[in-house]
Design a protein around this ligand. Structure first.
Ligand code: NAD
Ligand code: G3P
Length: 336
């Protein structure tokens, strides 16, 4: 019998825990790292993480620790499942503990504020590992559905296709179907920008603007994501795949999406402070809308929906005013 693949999952939130279930179901030995010792103890003694995934029993292949060195020591894959804006500081602590052969896997869908770096770029910068040892898992993957073992497809991206194939095998289960892709830039941008478009669609839903508005925002959102991706060297076809259209459709249709729900609350008239207060988990688009816009401006890319979301979320622009401005932009060809 071959030795099981050892995986450290750093982050015991919704997606870290759900992905740990996937990995264990695929036959991996998973160590889940929690910031707080009491969370790790509760996971080990109750086989559950009710704060994030109530009602989900964790399989025997998952155990938890709050000792990062214990989790990271001999891991074949280290899966990073924390909020994007906290990656740099956490990884600086973890980098000296990484085994030389470890592949770092980002589950995060954000762009760093200030540097406008994608998560794989932050990993390369902080952990000083080559891009061939950095992978990304993304796609239409709402954690609650995956943890209930409902069917989903995903993308496993790495510039080294062989590494992507190894990770694909490590997380392939009867309900979770990962495809490989070597376009890391496109896959990461698809995930980060869909959160911003998810906010926009949520705002429109909250305002009661109807399904034509939703279809228009999804499509034009995909157009501006693709423009940014092409400016950064991504393959435009990636955006019609799971990391682009697939994730946009799931996020913009589901009440389980934190970004969509955040936007809906704003669209219904809640203030930003009220919306933040009722949001218990990470809605990456709230911070990443600013870093995505920053990235777009650095590359001279027009992203009107992202700009509108930044106006509403960070500049307190009333959604009705933002809508009027978006609809009164000059007429344009659909493709340019
Ligand atoms: N939940 C999903 O359905 C889903 C699916 C795909 C991708 N993602 C992405 O995965 C990433 C993690 O999201 P999540 O849903 O697990 O978030 P979450 O809010 O459910 O959990 C975040 C976890 O990070 C921990 N954390 C918070 N601040 C931290 C810090 N400063 N240092 C270390 N740990 C900290 C929290 O304690 C928690 O365990 C995000 O980038 C998100 O976009 C989420
Ligand atoms: O809950 P959200 O909005 O962070 O979306 C979760 C996943 O990214 C959907 O694929």
């Amino acid at each position: 019998m071959s030795t099981p693949v050892r995986v450290a999952v750093m982050g015991t939130g919704s997606w870290g825990t759900a992905f740990a279930v996937v990995l264990a179901d695929a036959g991996c030995e998973v160590t889940l790292w929690a910031r707080r010792a009491e969370v790790a103890d509760a996971v080990n003694s109750t086989r559950a993480n009710p704060g994030y995934l109530p009602g989900v029993e964790l399989p025997p292949g998952v155990r938890a620790t709050s000792d990062a060195a214990e989790a990271l020591g001999d891991a074949d894959f280290v899966v990073l499942a924390i909020p994007s804006q906290t990656l740099r500081a956490n990884l600086a602590d973890w980098a000296p503990l990484l085994a030389p052969h470890t592949v770092l896997v980002s589950l995060m869908k954000g762009v760093e504020l200030g540097s406008a770096m994608r998560m794989s770029e932050v990993i390369e910068d902080v952990a000083k590992v080559r891009p061939e040892r950095i992978a990304v898992v993304t796609g239409p993957n709402l954690a609650r559905e995956i943890a209930a073992r409902m069917p989903a497809a995903a993308v496993v991206a790495c510039t080294d296709e062989e590494v992507a194939r190894r990770l694909q095998a490590a997380c392939h289960t009867p309900y979770f179907r990962p495809y490989t892709n070597t376009d890391v830039i496109g896959c990461e941008l698809g995930g980060a920008v869909k959160n911003v478009i998810g906010l926009a669609v949520g705002i429109a839903d909250g305002m009661g603007l109807g399904d034509n508005a939703k279809g228009s925002l999804i499509t034009r959102g995909l157009a501006e994501t693709t423009r940014l991706g092409m400016a950064l060297g991504a393959d435009p076809l990636t955006f019609s795949g799971l990391a682009g259209l697939g994730d946009l459709v799931a996020t913009c249709s589901s009440p389980l999406s934190r970004n969509h729900t955040f936007g809906t609350n704003l669209g219904k008239g809640m203030t930003l402070e009220e919306t933040i207060a009722v949001t218990k988990q990470t809605a990456e688009g709230v911070k990443s809308c600013e870093s995505v816009l920053d990235l777009a401006r650095r590359h001279g890319v027009d992203m009107p929906i992202t700009e509108t979301v930044v106006g509403i979320v960070h500049d307190a622009k009333p959604p009705v005013v933002a809508l009027k401005e978006l609809m009164s932009r000059s007429a344009k060809p659909e493709r340019r």
